[in-house]
Design a protein around this ligand. Structure first.
Ligand code: UN1
Length: 476
């Protein structure tokens, strides 16, 4: 049984979490010690007692540790990527690319540690000056989803450590293997004991214990809307900072003047890569009349050609869904869409492979109505819909007709449409002639409306969440 990391010690437990390979449910990858409330509280106490020293640590030390973690992740990307593909189900090239992204995030924040800065200003009063500095927030709770088992942990852990915070990290229970490898790398990096703690366990127990702990001064969460609200409300009650990222129903608009290959490639990647299990997935393809027939025909060809199979099989282009619960959710959305009268153009059924797994065919519905449930709620699977519209204005109206606001994309060769869309799409991130998913690691990430609350993640913007400003007045 693989232990958790609490206060610098590897701690086992009486109960375990089984890690099952979604490409082959006969493959039990490993068993991980399951933390309960007591372990989570110990982790919080360890983070709290390690905080003071770490908050005062020299930036050279922080740089060197973060660089060591980043370099090690990059050096071990084949091994980590294999674990990630095996436990989460995304195909190996995607899993290795994600691991590489995580390594680069640590290197980015290694350098950021050396760029910590403040401001020195004249006061409005005579002989007084003003200093504005950034200080660490305190011990932070980081709660991450299963769909990016290393990139999302990296983009929360790296800035937390960079800015001098201590960490209690709770990864999703479906992907403990990658989290464990990351914790092992962090443990060997020279980071002082207790600054980083790993607690694998159920959200209602371990997550709740983190939320209940007054020592935790900020919580960063990525996951479902329901849990995001619970996190936000608990944080408000504790008067602490929070940052919650809760999904999307992202539109990809395709107008008449779009390049057909660019548009269909963007839709294919955005909707189906990573098995569509991305909060940034292009799930609503909003297509104008003049290109609709050609777009649907070409995209249908490309979706039909996608080879579904085990994540580690080099022939696979799309892996399985993560687990039975997610598969059931996807199937219920598919059945609902059929009942509502959507036209099932491709997929919609499970795929048999040599190994027993949660394989679902990439699924495309056409002739859908914006009011259908399939166009209102996040599926989080390899399912996309086409909505036919009259013109660009109609497309923009429907693109914004959603409670979510994470990403929005447009495929067009016209400057007029791309400029207008960038300005008027209600989303935190806008893509032109690109899929709505697949983001850079050095720039802000986050959404509007029901997708996100709190400051942006990633890039230099991460400082806003992981630090607090202090204004000092000096008379001298
Ligand atoms: C990406 O599209 O590259 O959970 C990243 C998610 C997002 C990350 C998407 N928070 O899917």
């Amino acid at each position: 049984m693989k232990p958790n990391l609490i206060g610098g010690e590897w701690v086992t437990s009486s109960s375990g979490v089984e890690n099952i390979n979604p490409s082959n449910t006969n493959d039990l990858i490993d068993v991980f010690a399951q933390s309960g409330r007591a372990e989570a509280e110990q982790a919080v106490a360890a983070a709290a007692s390690a905080f003071e020293d770490w908050s005062l640590s020299p930036v050279q030390q922080r740089h060197d540790i973060l660089k060591d973690i980043g370099d090690t992740i990059l050096a071990r990307k084949a091994e980590i990527g294999e674990m990630l593909a095996r436990e989460e189900g995304k195909i190996l090239p995607e899993a290795i690319a994600e691991t590489e992204r995580a390594g680069r995030i640590f290197l980015f924040f290694a350098a950021e540690a050396l760029r910590l800065t403040g401001e020195l200003l004249p006061s409005v009063r005579p002989r007084v000056s003003v200093e504005v500095t950034r200080e660490p927030v305190g011990p932070v709770g980081l709660v991450t989803p299963w769909n990016f088992p290393i990139a999302i942990p990296a983009w929360k852990i790296a800035p937390a450590l960079c800015f001098g915070n201590s960490v209690v990290f709770k990864p999703a229970e479906q992907v403990p293997g990658t989290a464990w490898l990351l914790a092992e790398i962090i443990d060997k990096s020279g980071l002082p004991k207790g600054v980083f703690n790993l607690v694998i366990g159920p959200g209602p127990v371990v997550g709740q214990a983190i939320l209940d702990a007054p020592e935790i001064r900020a919580v960063s969460f990525t996951g479902s809307q329901v849990t995001g609200r619970i996190v936000a409300e608990a944080c408000l009650r504790q008067n602490r900072k929070f940052q919650v990222e809760m999904g999307g129903k992202n539109p990809l608009v395709v107008v008449d003047d779009a390049d057909l290959e660019v548009a269909t490639d963007a839709a294919l990647d955005g909707a189906f890569f990573s098995t569509g299990q991305r909060c940034t997935a292009s799930s609503r393809l909003i297509v104008t009349d003049g290109i609709h027939a050609r777009f649907v025909e070409r995209l249908t060809e490309k979706v039909r050609a996608l080879k579904v199979g085990p994540a580690l099989d080099p022939m696979s282009q799309m892996g399985p869904v993560v687990d039975q619960t997610q598969l059931d959710q996807d199937m219920s959305f598919i059945e609902g869409a059929r009942r509502d009268g959507a036209n099932l153009r491709v997929g919609g059924e499970r795929v048999e492979c040599a190994t027993p797994g949660f394989f679902l065919a990439p699924t495309l519905f056409t002739d859908t109505d914006p009011a259908m449930r399939i166009n209102r709620e996040e599926v989080f699977g390899p399912v996309a819909t086409v909505i036919r519209v009259r013109d660009y204005d109609h497309a923009l109206d429907l693109a914004n007709d959603t409670p979510f606001g994470l990403t929005a994309g447009i495929c067009t060769t016209s400057l007029k449409f791309s400029q207008h869309f960038k300005r008027h799409a209600q989303a935190g991130m806008v893509m032109v002639n690109l899929p709505t998913a697949g983001v850079d690691y050095h720039v802000p990430f986050g959404g509007t409306k029901a997708s996100s609350m709190g400051p942006r993640e990633q890039g230099q913007a991460a400082a806003e969440f992981f630090t607090t400003l202090k204004t000092a007045y000096i008379r001298g």
